[in-house]
Design a protein around this ligand. Sequence first.
Ligand SMILES: *[C@@H]1O[C@H](CO)[C@@H](O)[C@H](O)[C@H]1NC(C)=O
Length: 321
Amino acid sequence: MLCILMILTIASFTGAVSTERSVEKRATAYQLVSTEVDWYNAKAACETQNSKLAEIRSQADLDAAIQATTGYSRPFWIGVIDPQEDNTFEYATGGALTFSNWMSNAPFVYNQVSSVVMYPGSGEWENVGTYYTFGYLCVSDTGPGVSGDPHMTTFDGRPFSFQGICWYTLFKDCSSSNPDFEVTAEFEPREDSSIQQVRTRTVSVNVTVGGDFVIINRLDVVAGRADEHMTEARPIHVHKDDKTITLTFTSKDTTFTLHWTLKKHSLRVSIDGSDYRGHLCGLLGDDDGNSRNDFLTPDGDVVYDATEFGRSWEVEGKKCD
Ligand SMILES: *[C@@H]1O[C@H](CO)[C@@H](O)[C@H](O)[C@H]1NC(C)=O
């Protein structure tokens, strides 16, 4: 069921646009990792990135997974296992299979726990011992945003983890040097952080649209104008209940919705509209439908290292530790 929810969520980011875009989005929610590890390590590795081992629950999931692994030549792990050794396969997060794509004669009978690899191209499944090592396919578990310590998922579905202690640009309009809007967030160390292992989380968010800003600091909301002389109505709408704050603003044809849940230190972002497609920049990427170019620095370089990428979006002029 989780996966169906995810599809709905992703479909809602795209709003009233063609289904083509949602298919594209769905493919980019999958991340193939070519490092070969056993099934349990593959599952754990996906989970450290706010994602999970791909659970193929429908033909649409299969098509998206095939699309996301085009060009790879080896089988890769997916989130399907036979924990009881009785050829009753389940999803890694529990529950009976709702879909399968076994190769002929599979699943094979083993006297041990086996789990499933999928072949690129055909998308066929085969079960093998969990101790074999293969690359693996993760799927982003949530929509775009930042949560936990802090795990991010870009608009194009790329999950990564970045432990900075400062203010960073989550996303802004990058179509001109005078952005229509900018959303920045402050990350602070968690209580369980140590010198050896810094773990941080989001504590404040600053949404600036034109001359207006709204700053959320934990559960406090402060709104104001940077430019006192402008008198237009505030374009940033704030809705607050006891646990979450929802913030909405519209620029050109696009409505951005931010859901802030303090308890989870989670900020989820959804986009409805197309004028800023491919014209965003910051930690959540450019929203062009391609997750491979998401680590773009303010200087326009695509980098591979999440830490280098994260640091490049530190807000200038903020005092940080
Ligand atoms: C909020 O962000 C805007 C634009 O990035 C910046 O100009 C402003 O100084 C920030 N405000 C605070 C209090 O950090």
